[in-house]
Design a protein around this ligand. Structure first.
Ligand code: GLV
Length: 330
């Protein structure tokens, strides 16, 4: 019997490739390049499945060029690289990798927030430059994290995990804004208070972004929102580039309209705007919030499980567009 052919668009753990090879004819990326859209369409032509990362765009043009495609499995919880409506229209099952990265990503978001508040990257650069001559009473004074007000824009799994760290570990007051309010029994153990966006911006000492990137969340934080924040506040983005207007943020940081920021994701990454590279009061990391060995393995395994189920006629555990199954059954 013919085995389905799949493309593994980027390099991945050898054991994941070996597992996929037990089920599929695997075309694996040898050099881990991000394929240009035309090249991706070319490599996917005739294939039934794709194992992707957030770097590969799966849209109507690609789906139109690859009519044999039946499933796309993203090794990421975010899936803004998928045009989900187009996947559904083409009958392509789409999956992501939630849950397995929640705690790891929350650890990193919290660490970034602390790094911004306590000026860790900025002071380390100062030390490495050989500029440290003496102790001074106000050298790199930042703001406290313990006891401060933690503001979360977005309150899904990762937001709640960050809130838990803040409330239970650091005695923070948690306020949040989200499309929907959490049930009271989820809010209560965190002491979390649901507020409108204006209150969130006005009251947060440390604002952390953990919302999905959609047309509605594009530039959710821009010049007006930054102007509404406290001058002493920090902003941390572990969501997606595009949620923040990076140029507006760079200007706000340069003019000290907010104290500091920490960013793991960027508009147009892996390019980072020169204006952000030029300001000192920002911590910049290369989209690594989920990057522990254990979690990246778990994500790869889950993406493989999803693809094996989808192409094996079973319901994948993390199916994003169940309508496709309904239609096939009908
Ligand atoms: C990483 O950014 C992810 O969405 O998993």
């Amino acid at each position: 019997m013919d085995r389905p052919a799949i493309l593994v668009a980027r390099a991945v753990f050898p054991e994941t490739l070996a597992r996929l090879a037990q089920h599929f004819d695997v075309d694996a990326s040898a050099d881990d390049r991000v394929l240009a859209p035309a090249e991706l369409a070319e490599r996917l032509r005739g294939k039934a499945g794709a194992f992707t990362t957030g770097s590969e765009r799966i849209d109507a043009a690609l789906l139109g060029a690859c009519p044999q495609l039946r499933a796309v499995a993203n090794m990421a919880v975010g899936y803004n690289n998928f045009d989900l409506a187009a996947c559904t229209a083409h009958g392509v099952l789409a999956t992501n990798t939630p849950d397995v990265l929640t705690e790891t990503t929350a650890d990193f978001g919290f660490a970034l927030m602390m790094a911004a508040a306590r000026r860790m990257a900025e002071s380390e650069r100062f030390l490495r430059r050989g500029e440290w001559r003496r102790w001074s009473y106000d050298m790199f004074t930042g703001s406290d994290v313990h006891g401060a007000t933690l503001g979360l824009l977005g309150m899904g799994r990762i937001g709640q995990a960050i809130a838990r760290r803040g409330a239970l570990g650091f005695g923070m007051q948690v306020i949040y804004h989200n499309r929907s309010r959490l049930p009271v029994e989820r809010e209560a153990p965190l002491g979390a208070r649901y507020v409108d966006k204006a209150t969130l911006l006005r009251e947060a000492d440390h604002l952390v972004l953990v919302l999905p990137y959609t047309a509605a969340s594009h530039h959710a934080i821009g010049a007006a929102e930054l102007a509404a924040m406290k001058p002493s506040a920090t902003l941390t983005n572990v969501a997606r580039g595009g949620v923040v207007d990076d140029a507006a943020l760079a200007a706000a940081l340069r003019e000290r309209r907010i104290a500091a920021a920490a960013l793991d994701v960027f508009e147009g990454e892996p390019q980072v705007q020169a204006a952000l590279l030029d300001v000192s009061n920002v911590v910049l990391t290369p989209h690594i919030a989920s990057a522990t060995v254990a979690t990246r393995r778990a994500m790869a395994e889950l993406a493989a499980t999803n693809l094996i189920a989808a192409l094996g006629g079973e319901r994948p555990p993390n199916l994003l567009n169940p309508e496709v199954l309904g239609r096939a059954a009908g």
